[in-house]
Design a protein around this ligand. Structure first.
Ligand code: GLU
Length: 544
């Protein structure tokens, strides 16, 4: 077989040579040790948590080392492509604070290693496909889907490995005349790699999993599909070589195809990147763990976190906790540090499944928001409301000072309050600060009958002086408590329940409910000052 002749027959229009392409994608000029990483999402319209999970690793190890982090759109599967999906990926990453140094942008490319959308790189793949044909390492295969299905069935029945290899690779040894004849007859073909029949093993060091022993590839796998678009395997090898990725960070579902990739890197004489296969995202169910599923678990979609109003910082902190076993310890030792200062390390990653625990996420989110300055809380919340809750966006803008003062309640304390868990829940929590959304959810304590309620609020209002400081205010509350036959010290009431109607706890609960709608609310004196005298009087008069 004259391989050059076959290459010309298959790729008559491909005139560039591998060296021409190599010259277009020179080695990057980066400091020693700088890492080049990427994410390669498919534009299916569904951006999942795993995309962000891998993006955070890539971003960290690139930027911690002074390297480059880029976005490549892996759109080789046009059946799955959805319009606007590239923008969806870019916007989601942007929302969660993942910034690329280069790669696909909404209306094109940014960077000199593009194009960054695989379908636009067809000519480049063809140069290397032609080269593999010239080396005798690739050939056209005309097998139909039906033939392949029938073969698979036969192999399964006979307990043989399924696939196209060795004696089953029907088109391996077609003559050039036979190939030409089929092509002239308009038969569709794919380009297959010519695998070697072998039972050898090779070893490879995965930066997360350590040393792996794997069987060498023996399959005649597909390089180009019948429309000339490459498979993931071929595109990955060509792109990560040319774009000079130092690390390939991807989900562990790709581990089983690693032998094909290693085979191709070797066949093309290229240096392999460092592979980092990340653990699958899991969730707790009953007493065990299971894989997160797109069908059953809304939390697999990145949009879920956006809609729930999880701040970008919270999701970073959460994923860093999942990703590196020592992050939590570091956070305790460095409560005020930026999470970007955490020395991220691939070797500290778990390989046994990454647990997505939403309760934990909400707790982390609460801590993150609790540590933020009130101004930043307001800005983050407003940004979210502008997209998801217009009513609150308007309220925040209508009452800027009150909002800020409300967010400051209990914030600067030694143990700051952690009332806000997410931007969505902030709308609930903050509702009592605005008359437009104020509503009462709790009932007055049962220790306070109607007459007591009436009497209390009438007397409270009569002696209310908005300029009282916290201790003067509290002295009055205690006085009233006693006057109404309630215990000033809760433990006195506990000891002698018959001697009192209730305790000061019930009195302050009444106040909280009247002012905020809830028995559980921040400091009454502080809240009253945020609301202002008019609102305080109006809310309390209702009960007097
Ligand atoms: N397109 C692949 C995916 O969405 C990317 C895998 C990789 O990063 O190489 O899973």
């Amino acid at each position: 077989m004259d391989h050059n002749k076959l290459a010309e027959l298959l790729f008559p229009e491909t005139t560039a040579k591998p060296e021409d392409i190599e010259a277009r994608f020179p080695e990057r000029e980066l400091p020693e040790g700088a890492n080049v990483t990427r994410i390669g999402p498919s534009p299916t319209g569904f951006v999942h948590l795993g995309n962000l999970y891998n993006a955070i690793i890539g971003e960290r190890i690139a930027h911690q080392s002074g390297g480059v982090f880029y976005l490549r759109i892996e759109d080789t599967d046009n059946k799955r492509e959805v319009e606007g999906a590239v923008e969806t990926v870019i916007n989601a990453m942007n929302y969660f604070g993942v910034h690329f140094d280069e790669g696909a942008v909404a209306d094109g490319d940014n960077g000199s290693y593009g194009p960054y959308r695989q379908r636009q790189r067809k000519d480049i793949y063809h140069v290397f496909a032609k080269h593999l044909v010239q080396m005798g390492l690739a050939y056209p295969c005309f097998m139909t889907a039906e033939e392949i299905d029938a073969l698979r069935e036969h192999q399964t029945e006979n307990k043989e490995n399924p696939g196209i290899y060795g004696k089953y690779a029907k088109c391996r040894d077609l003559t050039i005349e036979q190939i030409k004849e089929k092509m002239d007859a308009g038969k569709e073909w794919v380009l297959r790699y010519r695998g070697t029949e072998t039972d050898e093993y090779f070893s490879i060091v995965d930066a997360i999993r350590g040393k792996l022993e794997m069987p060498r590839n023996n399959m005649d796998f597909v390089l180009l599909k019948s429309d000339g678009i490459p498979t993931y395997h071929f595109a990955h090898v060509v792109d990560d070589h040319l774009m000079r990725s130092t690390h390939v960070i991807r989900g562990e579902e790709w581990l089983s195809s690693l032998p094909m990739h290693v085979e191709l890197f070797n066949a093309l004489g290229w240096k392999q990147p460092i592979y980092c296969h990340t653990a699958t995202l899991m969730k707790l169910e009953g007493t065990g763990k299971r894989k997160l599923s797109k069908r059953k678990d809304p939390e697999l979609a990145l949009s879920y976190y956006q809609k729930e109003g999880i701040s970008p910082d919270a999701i970073w902190e959460f994923l860093l906790t999942v990703l590196n076993s020592n992050f939590e310890e570091w956070r305790i030792a460095n409560p005020d540090a930026d999470y970007r200062d955490f020395p991220y390390s691939l070797s500290k990653m778990s390989i046994s499944g990454a647990l997505v625990d939403l309760d934990k996420l909400r707790n982390i989110s609460k801590d993150v928001i609790g540590r933020m300055k009130a101004e930043d809380v307001r800005d983050g919340w407003l940004k979210w409301c502008e997209e998801y809750n217009d009513e609150y966006a308007q309220l925040i803008k209508k009452y800027p000072e009150r909002t800020l003062a409300a967010l400051n309640v209990g914030r600067m304390a030694a143990k700051p309050r952690k009332d806000i868990e997410t931007w969505k829940q902030a709308c609930d929590f903050m509702s009592f600060y605005y008359d437009e959304t104020f509503h009462i959810t709790d009932e007055m304590p049962e220790e306070c009958d109607e007459a007591t309620v009436k009497e209390f609020f009438a007397k409270y209002l009569a002696s209310y002086d908005h300029s009282d400081d916290s201790s003067a205010w509290f002295a009055k509350v205690k006085e009233l408590t006693e006057e109404l036959g309630f215990a000033v010290k809760p433990k006195d009431y506990k000891k002698n329940p018959d001697q009192f109607k209730g305790s000061i706890v019930h009195i302050t609960n009444m106040l909280r409910i009247a002012l905020t709608g809830h028995a559980n609310a921040p400091d009454i004196h502080e809240v009253s000052h945020v609301l202002g005298e008019d609102i305080v009087r109006k809310r309390l008069e209702k009960w007097a």
